[in-house]
Design a binder for this molecule. Structure first.
Ligand code: PAF
Length: 280
């Protein structure tokens, strides 16, 4: 596995690689969800293609007072995981490599980013779009893989790629879960024992909503209230949002449709977890 730590080395890698490249952008602290993204990237790359993983904890997408400083950075464990997953190139730039001290250009999406996590994390998706644009320019992938747990992020990146004409295929990967239903996330390791025990309530509440929506045509309000009540039954859960939205435009819906997506964000102590489910 080739380890690339500068923009210049990334450019040289692109020039000599000459084969189909599939990128898995990450912030490290890799878990089995990331390994599934890498597996899908390998399939998408084909027998002659290569898989590149980027690891960069992007300061631009952390709002002030959030967990940027304590975000886990297990460098050698991540490196070993990439190696054993058969990754061809690990792109691991430093912050000075990625951002000039007087950087003044960013990339922003103005419709999908205004709902859900965009409301509670102002500037977050500007940071994501900016860094993903930079990674796309540096690694020049033919395709890139993103997880569906971050459904809003995936939708925004698809829109960005469409609107800015990036010649890159975006591949969405189904959410990988722990045995009790909790969606895999690098942030799960922040949870205390009690919080970890209660966190699967997100998945349980979303599955119950999907079942309830099947039995009778439902108004969004009553379904949202049921999900809120179920999540609130976990004493340590503090709801950020529970919303039923249209999966294409992420705008709130009044009734369940074939395109409905239930999305939730819930804090357990200092840890903010997100999850979602399609209702159809
Ligand atoms: O999903 C993530 O890990 C990050 O938001 C991403 C896409 C790597 C951009 O920093």
């Amino acid at each position: 596995m080739e380890i690339i730590e500068s923009g210049q080395a990334a450019g040289e890698f692109v020039l000599r690689s000459g084969k189909r490249r599939v990128l898995v952008p990450t912030m490290g602290a890799l878990h089995k969800g990331h390994l599934e993204l890498i597996r899908l990237a390998r399939t998408a790359a084909g027998p002659d293609g290569g898989v590149a993983v980027s690891i960069f904890v992007n300061p631009l997408q952390f709002e002030p007072g959030s967990d940027f400083d304590r975000y886990p950075r297990p460098q050698s464990v991540d490196e070993e995981l990439c190696r054993s997953a058969g990754v061809d190139a690990l792109f691991r730039p430093g912050a000075q490599e990625m951002y000039f001290h007087d950087q003044s250009v960013t990339v922003e999406e103005h419709a999908l980013a205004n709902t859900l996590c965009g409301k509670s994390r102002p500037g977050h998706f500007r940071g994501v779009c900016t860094v993903v644009t930079k990674l796309f320019h540096l690694v020049v992938p033919h395709a890139a893989v993103f997880g569906e747990k971050d459904f809003q992020q995936l939708a925004i990146i698809r829109r960005m790629v469409r609107d800015l004409n990036f010649p890159i295929e975006i591949i969405g990967a189904p959410t990988v879960r722990e045995a009790d239903g909790l969606a895999c996330s690098s942030r799960n390791q922040y949870l205390s024992e009690d919080e970890r025990r209660q966190a699967p309530v997100l998945r349980a509440a979303l599955l119950a909503a999907r079942e309830a929506a099947k039995t009778s045509p439902r108004a969004a309000d009553s379904l949202v209230n049921e999900v809120r009540a179920r999540i609130s039954s976990a004493p340590l859960a503090q709801i950020d949002y529970v919303e039923l939205v249209d999966a294409d435009n992420l705008q709130p819906e009044k009734t369940v449709t074939d395109n409905s997506l239930f999305a939730v964000a819930v804090r357990f102590g200092h840890t903010r977890l997100i999850d979602n489910i399609r209702l159809a």
